[in-house]
Design a protein around this ligand. Structure first.
Ligand code: SAH
Ligand code: SF4
Length: 386
């Protein structure tokens, strides 16, 4: 009798999908070990790596440089997994958001933000977040779990699938940059994030250089040091306030690592220099942190640190108490920083119509489905009215 894959018997069968080892997210050394364990020479790992990360192939049968007999064994034991797509939405401004479903049913969001000839993929590091910043939508949902290295790399790979960007182009590519600014605090899940970024940076695969990767942190000081020395990626720090009193409320991790310690960690961040500046992210909250005195204090605090600012207009979400600063206040704020010698552009919000902008991510396919239904109802009533 043929068993459907979903039965408990099928799941415990030796070669069921559940029992196969996912090769995505293994380090090069781990991939070698998997192959030597089945009696294959280590150089096969190089071939497989090329197929998986350079060609983007998920089907062993299509890996034509590998002998058919070995392909059959690979099919038995391994899998090259992608996260499932629970929802894909493209914004009026062409940003694209995916709600990815992982094999245990948990979900996280990934966003692609295209520019003219390149673009950044905004990747999640956790399902939810434990840090409860009071202006952040993700912060309202608690931490469900860390994403694995395979799930983190998998988001980038699935985004590339969506744009047919395989094999990895050697020259210009649309998905050219990565920002670790999706759901979660990447430095709390440092081991998996570091493993994933090491895979993504590897020159024989996806090959995105550390100069094109930016990791955003709310300020986990000890891990900032490790991130700088081990990965050397660009750093963005969610500063958002000039006093500990206010930052304790907006970014509660500040109680553990207050502003002074955070600034010291920025001063010693290894790869930061005037050519590769740290970004201070500053969310613009009306009447909370957007006064001219705040801007002048920022200039004073940032003196001597190789930084640039990124002023983020607050993106509202249902039920939140904060408002976004007015455009004229944001412009004045930016000018004061410029006069103090710092670049401080006001970020143009992207993907607002699909809740893909900063701080709006929350894995709730239910919420998205509700929104889709609401949009459909509105279109229907518009049709009826015309
Ligand atoms: N946890 C990391 C990275 C994810 S958040 C961090 O906090 O840095 C990415 C950026 O979006 C952070 O600068 C965060 O402060 C900002 N952000 C969160 N909610 C926001 C909102 N509602 N509007 C604008 N920016 C927001
Ligand atoms: Fe977590 Fe960053 Fe949101 Fe704070 S801003 S709750 S650290 S995702």
């Amino acid at each position: 009798m043929i068993q459907p894959l979903t039965t408990p018997e099928a799941q415990t069968a030796p070669n069921s999908i559940e029992n196969r080892i996912d090769l995505v997210g293994l380090s090069k050394a781990e991939l070698k070990t998997q192959l030597t364990d089945i009696g294959e020479p280590a150089f096969r790992a190089k071939q497989l790596w090329h197929w998986i990360y350079h060609r983007g192939e998920t089907d062993f049968d299509q890996m034509t440089t590998i002998a058919k007999s070995l392909r059959a064994i690979l099919n038995e034991k391994f899998i090259v997994r992608r996260p499932g797509i629970a929802l894909e939405q493209t914004s009026n401004d062409k940003s694209r958001k995916w709600l990815f479903k992982f094999h245990d049913g948990n979900e996280a969001e990934t966003v692609f933000i295209p520019e003219e000839d390149r673009g950044a993929v905004c990747i999640s590091s956790q399902v939810g977040c434990s840090l409860s910043c009071t202006f952040c939508h993700t912060g309202t949902m608690d931490l469900v779990r860390n994403l694995t290295a395979g799930e983190i790399v998998g988001q980038m790979m699935a985004a590339r699938d969506s744009y047919n960007e395989w094999p990895s182009p050697s020259g210009d590519r649309l998905l050219s940059n990565i920002v670790m600014m999706g759901m979660g605090e990447p430095l709390i899940n440092y081991e998996n994030v570091a493993k994933a970024l090491t895979i993504i940076m590897d020159g024989e695969g996806i090959a995105i250089s550390k100069r094109r990767i930016t990791l955003s942190t709310s300020g986990l000081v000890p891990m900032m040091d490790r991130c700088g020395s081990e990965l050397g990626v660009n750093l963005a720090v969610s500063l958002h306030a000039v006093t500990d009193e206010l930052r304790d409320v907006l970014v509660p991790i500040n109680k553990k690592y207050p502003i002074k310690e955070l600034l010291d960690a920025c001063r010693r961040y290894p790869s930061a220099n005037n050519a590769r500046r740290i970004t201070f992210e500053y969310v613009m909250l009306k009447g909370v942190n957007d006064s001219q005195a705040d801007a002048r204090e920022l200039v004073r605090m940032a003196k001597g640190i190789p930084v640039k600012f990124n002023l983020i207009p607050f993106n509202p979400w249902p039920g939140v108490a904060y408002d976004c600063s007015t455009m004229s206040d944001m412009k004045r704020f930016s000018e004061i920083l410029n006069d103090g010698g710092f670049s401080a552009p006001i970020r143009v919000p992207r993907g607002r119509d699909i809740l893909a902008a900063c701080g709006q991510l929350k894995s709730a396919s239910k919420r998205d489905v509700e929104k889709l239904k609401q949009d459909a109802r509105q279109r229907q009533s518009e049709r009826e009215a015309s």
